[in-house]
Design a protein around this ligand. Structure first.
Ligand code: 1HE
Length: 264
């Protein structure tokens, strides 16, 4: 059973703990989970305050939509310098998701748009219910992405697709998202959270050092020149296999105590 996590957050966020899984819920459904400054600061605080014993996070949205993106009502009075600082605030917060303590599974439904898509892109696995749709309406609002979208989205879907989304307002359904790299898992209506929770448990059951390597080393190796990448991979692999946790898991397999790999 989930219990409240003792992390001080704004009303727009709810933090719970269910065993080794922490759950962060966007809780501003009356504004379609639009992301105001308070919420972004709260997200950063949540991801930097996770207690020991948490192995994965599930991030979801209350109401009919995951998130309508940036709270547009906060944008009216901002000048250039404030705009740069504001984008930096989002960058810092979302870095704490992508390169934080533990992997994050985002559960998506309804609108996953603008900054909401940037938030989802910072997660490591995305479960999308069939109601989910992806869009970058910044173009039509006269603005530009500011939450790391230019960095993360081309790595998921390519520069050309992101350009098209921003220039023409093209949206992608959850199913289409699976084809282009936004949806990692498709889920039926109302089933996304259970699927996300199940995946988070599998992640939390991995050796912590393996999860560290996947989160911290893999995306960085992918950006390196191949020779540097091989060197970091060799070091990371040697560190992981020398860990007592790895030794126990290998012994369990060799002595027939561990499950075999099966088709899922
Ligand atoms: C908002 C926002 C918001 C809703 N900021 N208040 N994002 C967008 O351009 C998406 C804008 N939102 C929408 O297109 C629609 O709201 C939805 C498709 C997401 C949902 O539609 P619907 O019919 O369920 O809700 P609604 O009636 O449009 O909105 C309900 C309320 O939420 C309403 O306020 P109310 O006081 O009249 O009840 C809306 O004004 C409010 N609301 N979305 C503020 N985004 C770091 S840079 C990132 C840049 C971006 O993210 S740009 C993309 C912004």
């Amino acid at each position: 059973m989930a219990e409240r996590l003792a992390i001080r957050l704004p009303d727009s966020l709810i933090a719970e703990r269910d065993g080794a899984i922490a759950v962060l819920r966007l809780n501003r459904p009356q504004k379609r989970n639009a992301l105001d400054d308070e919420t972004i600061i709260g997200i950063e605080h949540f991801f930097t305050s996770l207690p020991d014993g948490i192995g994965a996070v599930v991030m979801a949205g209350e109401g009919e939509h995951f998130s309508a993106g940036l709270d547009l009502s906060e944008l009216e009075e901002r000048d250039v310098a404030q705009g740069i600082a504001h984008s930096g605030l989002w960058h810092r917060a979302f870095e704490k998701i992508q390169f934080g303590k533990v992997p994050v599974v985002a559960v998506l439904h309804g609108a996953v748009v603008g900054g909401g898509l940037e938030l989802a892109a910072a997660a490591h696995v995305r479960v999308a219910e069939r109601s989910a749709y992806y869009a970058l309406p910044e173009g039509s609002r006269g603005i530009y992405v500011g939450g790391g979208g230019s960095v993360r989205l081309p790595r998921l879907i390519g520069v050309a697709r992101m350009m098209d989304m921003m220039l023409t307002g093209r949206t992608y359904s959850a199913e289409e998202g699976e084809r282009i790299g936004l949806t990692t898992y498709l889920a039926d209506p109302g089933k996304g959270f259970a699927k996300g929770r199940e995946l988070a448990q599998r992640i939390a059951d991995n050796a912590p050092l393996t999860n560290f390597a996947v989160m911290q080393a893999l995306p960085r190796i992918a950006e390196m020149d191949p020779q540097g990448g091989y060197a970091v991979e060799a070091i990371m692999s040697a560190i992981a296999q020398a860990d007592p946790d790895a030794k126990t898991r290998l012994k369990d397999f060799l002595e027939k105590r561990a499950p075999k790999v099966t088709r899922s």
